[in-house]
Ligand binder design. Structure first.
Ligand code: WTA
Length: 664
């Protein structure tokens, strides 16, 4: 399978095959042909404000907005100025006087097989109750809470409850360690942490509360830890409770009603923070506000997934990442759709788990990541073949570039060549989907995210900002779901996203190619962010951990392509001279353990290579490109600018030796 990860450049230059949506799909689709897309796109880009205003008008506003866009303080944009709305109201209350009221909002299955269905009416009650508990803890509009939970309906309920009363949520993915929780809680000054006794993963009950306890111990800002029980009807796992700080959710609910009106939020009131990796050691708290994010999530869900009343939509992302925010919770519920949510892993108790769930619940739209698709491929065609997947009508992909071989496998073995595939490019920062096929309209090419969404002025530019067919991905006009900043670091916001082309365009951090049909092919990150199994990890975050080890003098971490994970982390580490003779395996374990405790298990590098030196230019800059060449077994690029050209051979030799010893 070594050849499967063709770069986008290879793929584009091969005459790539085009796939048109099937007749059956088009029959039901909201938009049905390319010229419809082109006409609407053309209009939307001539006047993006009119497009977004029309979408926003399909939602409820307590008070209409004055200006759809205020770009007078570029790059600090405001959308729907002075408008008042509430996201939770639009996800729930708006549907209560319609046929949607008694429809399933969330269908859930836990890993042990427990099942739950919450109608819109049920969900509304639960969200009101949850909001009342939060208010009872003294939380107020504008406060921030951290949420650290497994993939269960209460996680979605917690988000909606926060949005209902104007409390800003900062969800921390359940794979993060105590120290990562601490950093995020302190940075956001979260007053409360919402967590659960634990959740199920591959047959085990993983405790969460203890991880939170260790994380928040040094956080004076945390006044309460609200703890839910994974099994509501049982006594619950024993977990330590700190008197005065920790509150059992089931005890707090005994005292509250299921009535709680949604507060009127200003369109630009902060809705959530979500931490993501960048090119420094410190994760960025990406800020999203209410009206614009809501409108973007709503419109992209409607058109990209062609969401219809009878659909059962399954986005497999964890709510700990942005995909879960926009396409497990907000986008589908804004559309009155039915969401399927699953707690567990795809390979437990067997490799057919996802396909059995699709058959059981009649899932119609399935949205997952290329990493998962490559794993399905490896596990074998026989697993999906054992289930009846005929309910599916649309497939999606997100999080990393999809290699054509995985795309074709997905198309054949899951979609049976009937289901269009929407390969959606976007980011935590963009809030919602930006480049994607509109199914029913846009013929697809395996490996290409195709064309921009309505109202999105995407372009491929060179370093100077001129259009180019191979260069950097840029967004040239503001869009409503865009981040409003990095929490507590305005300067970093401007520098990271707006300095590349002198403040004119948004710089996404991705490379891209545009082919003769105008299709976009994302080639991957151009900064020091690595996309491992669709999870963003900053190489500088790992380097910052390594340097805390007394044996380490310096390190450089890079991303190398990997047949299953898309990319993987390889660390090149120079030891201090006092560490000479140290047992390398012992030290490797120690460094891995540090990554696990400071970030999380998912950030462990694939390999840690101890090297005598790093390839540096005469001015001391590490040439990571050469490290990537070594890790990907390529001919080395130009080494003449190196201070010591011999160093790359020594690194190559160490890398090869490690490979042989680990594969032996
Ligand atoms: C990458 C996830 C190629 C890209 C929604 C981006 C993709 C980063 C795609 C954002 C795609 C996401 N094709 N690359 N369809 N979707 N990416 O913030 O590098 O976790 O910058 O948001 O994932 O990752 P994030």
């Amino acid at each position: 399978m070594q050849t499967t990860l063709l770069s986008a450049t290879d793929t584009v230059t091969q005459a790539s095959k085009t796939f048109s949506p099937s007749e059956n799909f088009i029959l039901r689709a909201r938009l049905k042909n390319l010229s419809q897309y082109q006409a609407l796109y053309h209009q939307s880009i001539e006047n993006p404000e009119a497009f977004w205003a029309a979408e926003a008008n399909e939602l409820h506003w307590f008070k209409p907005w004055k200006h759809t866009l205020d770009d007078s303080k570029k790059p600090f944009f405001s959308w729907f100025t002075e408008g008042k709305t509430n996201l939770s109201y639009n996800c729930l209350d708006r549907h209560l006087n319609t046929q949607t009221r008694n429809k399933a909002a969330i269908i859930f299955e836990g890993e042990p097989g427990d099942e739950r269905v919450l109608t819109y009416h049920d969900l509304h009650r639960e969200v009101c109750r949850f909001a009342n508990v939060l208010l009872g803890l003294g939380l107020e509009k504008g406060d921030t809470v951290a949420i650290y939970m497994p993939m269960v309906p209460e996680l979605a309920i917690a988000l909606l409850a926060c949005a209902r009363i104007g409390v800003i949520h900062s969800v921390i993915f359940g794979g993060f360690s105590s120290e990562a929780i601490r950093d995020r809680v302190l940075d956001a000054r979260s007053k409360c942490v919402i967590t659960m006794d634990g959740g199920y993963r591959r047959g085990k009950f993983l405790p969460l509360k203890e991880i939170v306890d260790a994380g928040v111990a040094p956080c004076p800002c945390v006044k309460h830890v609200l703890v839910l029980k994974r099994h509501r009807d049982t006594v619950g796992r024993d977990c330590p409770m700190t008197p005065g700080r920790d509150v059992w959710y089931h005890e707090a609910t005994a005292r509250v009603t299921t009535h709680r009106p949604a507060v009127e939020m200003d369109a630009e009131d902060m809705l959530f923070l979500l931490y993501t990796s960048g090119s420094t050691g410190k994760p960025k708290g990406i800020m999203h506000t209410t009206g614009g994010y809501m409108t973007h999530a709503y419109a992209t869900t409607k058109y990209t997934f062609d969401m219809q009343a009878e659909d059962v939509f399954w986005c497999t992302a964890d709510i700990g990442w942005v995909t879960g925010h926009s396409y497990v919770v907000y986008g589908p519920l804004l559309n009155g759709a039915t969401v399927f949510m699953y707690e567990g892993a795809p390979d437990w108790p067997n490799h057919g788990r996802y396909w059995q769930l699709i058959e059981k619940y009649g899932v119609t739209i399935f949205y997952t990541a290329p990493t998962a698709i490559r794993a399905f491929m490896k596990w074998g065609d026989e697993w999906p073949a054992q289930s009846n997947l005929t309910s599916l009508r649309l497939l999606g992909s997100v999080g990393e570039p999809i290699n054509p071989e995985a795309w074709l496998w997905y198309n054949k073995n899951i979609g049976f060549e009937r289901c269009p595939i929407v390969d959606t490019w976007w980011q935590t920062e963009t809030g919602g989907i930006m480049i994607t096929p509109v199914p029913g309209c846009i013929p697809t090419k395996p490996g290409s995210a195709t064309l921009p969404f309505f109202g999105i002025d995407a372009a491929v530019l060179d370093e100077e900002g001129n259009p180019s067919d191979h260069g950097l991905l840029a967004i040239r006009k503001p869009w409503p779901g865009m981040l409003r900043g990095i929490y507590g670091d305005t300067e970093r916001y401007v520098r990271t996203y707006w300095s590349k082309w002198g403040g004119k365009y948004y710089f996404a951090g991705d490379g891209a190619i545009r082919d003769q049909d105008g299709y976009f092919w994302i080639t991957g990150r151009v900064d020091d962010v690595v996309n491992v199994s669709g999870h963003r990890i900053g190489t500088a975050e790992l380097e910052a951990v390594f340097i805390e080890n007394h044996a380490v003098a310096e390190s450089a971490v890079i991303g190398a392509s990997h047949e299953l994970k898309g990319q993987t982390l390889i660390a090149f580490v120079i030891l201090k001279s006092i560490s000479a003779g140290i047992d390398e395996n012992w030290l490797r374990n120690d460094l891995n353990r540090m990554i696990e405790t400071k970030i999380g298990k998912f950030a462990r590098p694939e390999a840690i290579v101890f090297v005598p030196d790093l390839p540096k230019t005469r001015s001391g800059k590490i040439m990571r490109r050469l490290l990537r060449d070594i890790a990907e077994h390529r001919e080395l690029g130009n080494v003449t600018t190196l201070a010591d050209p011999a160093v790359v051979e020594a690194i190559r030799e160490r890398f090869a030796r490690l490979k042989t010893s680990t594969s032996a």
